[in-house]
Structures are given as structure tokens and as C-alpha cells.
Design a protein around this ligand. Structure first.
Ligand code: PLP
Length: 377
């Protein structure tokens, strides 16, 4: 590979240190919206904990990791604008939503406003709990329409607003701070799905609930997620079993049996994120997104769906007529070693009109990687 050409991208030091601090990729990994590459430190911390379990016993090792896990809750809480006591480790973003809905025990038939392009598994989960998803007003790009939302909240408000901050199927950044402010004024709870935005965009925006996952932009291990709930709402939740004596109420939502080594790995990964400077991370990721879109839009008839300057690293491409997205994804992987995702319409059927190819580089991606993808397309 040639020397990375980082001239178009800010904070070249972040790209270099991100690259140097993890295993060498087998190809070109442009798929962080699915799962990022972990750092050596995060991998070693998880392995070290697993080894401790064998040496000390699983429960003794967990007790020994208690301070580290509590620091992690504190840092994760900070990313959500909350405190350590407001954070529960869970197994995934879906598990976080399930834990929240289990504890909330809302009356069947309660209305929940969410984007028309809501992540389909979230809609399915809301329905499983007897809730009725109804669409938030959006503009023609699918971005939340603030005037429309203000009218919705002033009229017949839903039980809560659920907003997916950045979609899985589209790299649009929703105006979550503004929606949070409207909800607060109206006295309506605001839940933020930050699965695609923790470690990618600012998530300290005044939401009552922020939940997400370890493996995407925070680059932690798979099988770990987080649920952050403000105390005023946490006090209204009823867990299946009460929390043990002397710990914060949100701890009742942590599963007793868990991949503790994975939690340890996530704590190290969020520490790395903080050390890199979340602001700088966001700036570089946004620049990567803009560069990706500029390089790919129109190539071989593929069209970028996001506005070119959208401040996210996720780009989705609509295929030219007659080109199959799943086949293209497979061809890029097997013939070019390029990892991207094919996203089918079922991911967000309320918004998508067909499948898209999703490109989601993390900090270490280079202009060279993006040009290679353009050439391969
Ligand atoms: C990935 C994703 C989820 C689910 O995360 P898991 O950790 O796989 O449960 C939820 N919402 C969005 C927008 C996602 O991209």
C-alpha cells in the first residue's frame, strides 16, 4: 500500500494513531456502521479479564474489575450528559430498548412517535410491547421537521418520542438537540437511539434516555450495549427484579450474567475515544463522510443519497439500474478486499425504496481506500 494521503482530511494524527493502535486490516475496512475494528488495548483488556476469570474465578474477577467498570459507566454517562449511576451495561442496543420497555410498563396502545425511516427492529420491538408507533413529521430527505413536531406535541402528544439519531440505512444526522428541547417544553419523554451516533456525533443533547452499542463507532467488543436513563425517568421504571441493596436503581437493568470481559473492553475503548478528543473525532469522521460522497457520487452510475456535506461518516449509495447491491457487496469483498454493507429495504421499509450500499469508514480510513472503492465500483 502507498503512504496514506491524508491531505484532504483534518487531524491526520488521529488517523495515524488509530491505525497504529490496532491489528493490521486484512483489506480495506469501510464498515464501522456494522462493526468497527477494536484497538490492541481493548482486545488485550478483554483477554486479560477472561484470563483473570480462569485464575481467580469469574465472580472474584468481576469484583476486581468493579472500579474500572464504574469508571466506564462514568465516561459513557458523560457522553450522554448523564452520571455513572444512570448507566446500565446491557448486551446490545436492542437489549437496551427491551430493558427500557420492560421497565417502563406502558399501557398497551400507548402511542410512540418515531421517524418514518425508523430502524425496523425498533418498530417491531415497540409493537411487541403493545405500543403504537406513529410517524414524526419529516422533510423530503427524512429529516425531522421541527415545526411539525412542535405542532404534534402541542396537539395530542404521544407517550414518548423515540428518535434514531443517525440511521442504519442512511447517514443523516437528525436534529436531536432541537427535538429534545421541544419534548422538554412539552413535558414529553425523549428517547434517543444512539447506536450509530455514540462515538460518531455529540450525544449529550438533553435526552431522557440514550442507548447504544459498543461495537460500532466506539469500536468496543461485540455483545455489549449501554442504556442511560435520567433519574427522573429511572424512578418511574419497574425492573423485573429490584436492584441489589446499595446500588443505583439502573443497576437492576444490567443482566446478572454477562460477558464482563466485553464490558471491560468497551471501557478501554471509550477511554481511547475520550483521549482522542470526541470533538476531533467528529470533525475527522464528518470530513471522511464528505470526501467519501464527493469521490463516489456518480461513479459508474451509483448515486449518493445524503447531502454531500452531512456531518457523518456514513454514506449510502443507490445502485444504477440493473446492478444488484448484494452481489456488489460480495464482489467488493472477494475481489478487492473492501468491506462495506448491503442494506436491504426491510431495514427501514417506511423510508427506503430499494437496497443501498453503505460505506462507513472510521478514523484510519484514507483517501486511498476511498479511491480504491471508487475504482472497484
Ligand atoms: C445497529 C443498530 C441498532 C441495534 O444495535 P444492536 O447492538 O445490534 O442491537 C439499533 N438502532 C440502530 C440505528 C442501529 O444502527
Amino acid at each position: 500500500m502507498t503512504e496514506p494521503r491524508d491531505d484532504r482530511l483534518p487531524h491526520a494524527d488521529l488517523g495515524a494513531s488509530w491505525r497504529a493502535s490496532r491489528p493490521r486490516p486484512a483489506g480495506r475496512h469501510l464498515d464501522s456502521a456494522a462493526s468497527s475494528r477494536q484497538s490492541n488495548r481493548a482486545l488485550e483488556a478483554a483477554a486479560h479479564h477472561a484470563r483473570h476469570e480462569a485464575e481467580l474465578g469469574g465472580y472474584v474477577a468481576e469484583a476486581a474489575a468493579d472500579d474500572l467498570l464504574q469508571q466506564g459507566r462514568s465516561v459513557i454517562g458523560g457522553l450522554a450528559g448523564m452520571a455513572a449511576a444512570d448507566v446500565a451495561f446491557v448486551e446490545s442496543a436492542q437489549a437496551a430498548l427491551v430493558a427500557l420497555l420492560t421497565g417502563w410498563r406502558l399501557a398497551a396502545g400507548s402511542r410512540v412517535a418515531c421517524l418514518p425511516g425508523e430502524y425496523a427492529p425498533n418498530v417491531a420491538q415497540l409493537r411487541t410491547y403493545g405500543l403504537r408507533p406513529e410517524p414524526l413529521p419529516v422533510d423530503d430527505r427524512g429529516r425531522a421537521d421541527l415545526d411539525g413536531i412542535a405542532r404534534l406535541l402541542a396537539g395530542d402528544p404521544p407517550r414518548f418520542v423515540h428518535l434514531t439519531h443517525i440511521g442504519s440505512h442512511r447517514g443523516l444526522l437528525q436534529p436531536a438537540a432541537e427535538v429534545a428541547a421541544l419534548c422538554r417544553e412539552a413535558g414529553v419523554h425523549f428517547v434517543l437511539d444512539a447506536a450509530q451516533s455514540l462515538g460518531h456525533a455529540d450525544t449529550d443533547l438533553g435526552a431522557d434516555v440514550v442507548y447504544g452499542t459498543s461495537r460500532k463507532w466506539l469500536a468496543g467488543p461485540r455483545g455489549v450495549g449501554v442504556l442511560c436513563v435520567r433519574p427522573s425517568l429511572a424512578a418511574q421504571l419497574t425492573p423485573v427484579l429490584p436492584e441489589p441493596e446499595g446500588v443505583p436503581p439502573m443497576r437492576a437493568f444490567e443482566s446478572g450474567e454477562a460477558h464482563v470481559a466485553g464490558r471491560v473492553g468497551l471501557v478501554v475503548a471509550v477511554g481511547d475515544h475520550l483521549a482522542a478528543g470526541p470533538h476531533r473525532v467528529r470533525e475527522r469522521l464528518a470530513a471522511l463522510g464528505a470526501t467519501t460522497r464527493e469521490l463516489l457520487d456518480g461513479v459508474a452510475g451509483w448515486r449518493v443519497i445524503e447531502p454531500l456535506e452531512e456531518p457523518t461518516a456514513t454514506t449510502t449509495l443507490r445502485p444504477p439500474d440493473g446492478v444488484d447491491v448484494v452481489d456488489t457487496r460480495a464482489r467488493l469483498l472477494t475481489e478487492h478486499g473492501i468491506v462495506v454493507s448491503a442494506i436491504g429495504r426491510e431495514r427501514a421499509p417506511g423510508e427506503m425504496t430499494g437496497p443501498v450500499l453503505r460505506v462507513s469508514p472510521h478514523l484510519d480510513a484514507t483517501v486511498d481506500d476511498l479511491e480504491a472503492l471508487a475504482a472497484a465500483l
